[in-house]
Design a protein around this ligand. Structure first.
Ligand code: 5GP
Length: 187
């Protein structure tokens, strides 16, 4: 399916684990890495830009992309759809790039089974209390959505053993270094 020129790196974490900050830090330290921009039906947050964090698309468009087999993987998460467009992944990995996939556990399972050479990393919070504190601190979700995300986070933590590596996010800089070490270990 995919040759082994580049590297596919899956990074998952329950929301509120600091994954976004860590990925931003990885990309700052490794400007040659490519972030795979997913498509989603979720509403754009105020600080997000279409085409940067996500391609924000309608449910109809998302379904059309599913029928046209345009996704590498996709999943439903807390009422919205999220998917990785296939073409950029193939182009970048075959071109020799390191590509980061920020995806949730169901999508990760699909990729891990199909691409055994992918590196898979699951980030966990130091504690559940810390996770709730971080989720509340973000202040972008309604109380209902927050409760759903927390519930989902607990379920997702159960999935960590599907991943090759589990990393505790205690201090961003240390966690980022550990992840870079994992990604680059076979170089
Ligand atoms: P958020 O709404 O907080 O940006 O993302 C919610 C969850 O969806 C996160 O766990 C994120 O990793 C995941 N996600 C983002 N893009 C994709 C994707 O393309 N596929 C899958 N399966 N999950 C995604």
């Amino acid at each position: 399916m995919m040759n082994d020129k580049g590297k596919l790196v899956i990074i998952s974490a329950p929301s509120g684990c600091g994954k976004g900050t860590i990925i931003a830090e990885i990309l700052r330290l490794r400007p040659s890495y490519i972030f795979s921009v997913s498509a989603t039906t979720r509403t754009r947050r105020i600080d997000e830009k279409d085409g940067r964090e996500y391609h924000f698309i309608s449910r109809d468009k998302f379904e059309e992309m599913i029928s046209n087999d345009e996704f590498f993987e996709w999943a439903e998460y807390v009422g919205d759809f999220y998917g990785t467009p296939k073409k950029p992944i193939y182009d970048f990995v075959n071109g020799g790039a390191t590509v980061l996939l920020d995806i949730e556990v169901q999508g990760a399972k699909q990729v891990i089974s199909r691409e055994p050479n992918a590196t898979s990393i699951f980030i966990i919070p130091p504690s559940m209390q810390e996770l709730e504190k971080r989720l509340r601190g973000r202040g972008t979700d309604s109380e209902e959505k927050l409760a759903a995300r927390l519930e989902r986070a607990k379920e997702e933590l159960e999935e960590k053993y599907n991943y090759e590596h589990i990393v505790v996010n205690d201090v961003i800089s240390r966690t980022t270094e550990e992840i870079l070490h994992i990604i680059e270990r076979k170089d």
